[in-house]
Write a new protein. Structure first.
Length: 82
C-alpha cells in the first residue's frame, strides 16, 4: 500500500533545525516508509503518537490512519519517549 505523508508544524521545525545530511537521510527514510511502512518501523505501546521510525539516533514519531501518515515529531532518541 502506498501512503501519503503529512508533516505537523512541530515536525517541520524539528527537520529544519537538523544538519543538512541528517535531514536528507531522514527524509529519504520517510519517503521509503511510504511503501508499506518499509524501514525500521515499530508500533509503540503506551505512547502517543503510536508509531516510530528509527533513523540512526533519530526517531520519527508518527500516526497512521488509513492511507495517511501524520509525522508529529522528529527527535533524538534520548528525548523521544519522555
Amino acid at each position: 500500500m502506498k501512503y501519503d505523508v503529512v508533516f505537523k508544524p512541530a515536525a517541520v521545525r524539528d527537520l529544519e533545525a537538523l544538519d543538512g545530511p541528517v535531514a536528507r537521510r531522514i527524509l529519504s527514510k520517510i519517503e521509503a516508509m511510504r511503501d508499506d511502512l518499509a524501514g525500521d518501523v515499530k508500533r509503540l505501546t503506551k505512547h502517543t503518537p503510536g508509531w516510530r521510525l528509527r533513523v540512526g539516533d533519530w526517531r520519527v514519531l508518527f500516526d497512521v490512519a488509513g492511507r495517511l501518515i501524520t509525522v508529529w515529531r522528529i527527535v533524538h532518541r534520548s528525548q523521544a519517549y519522555d
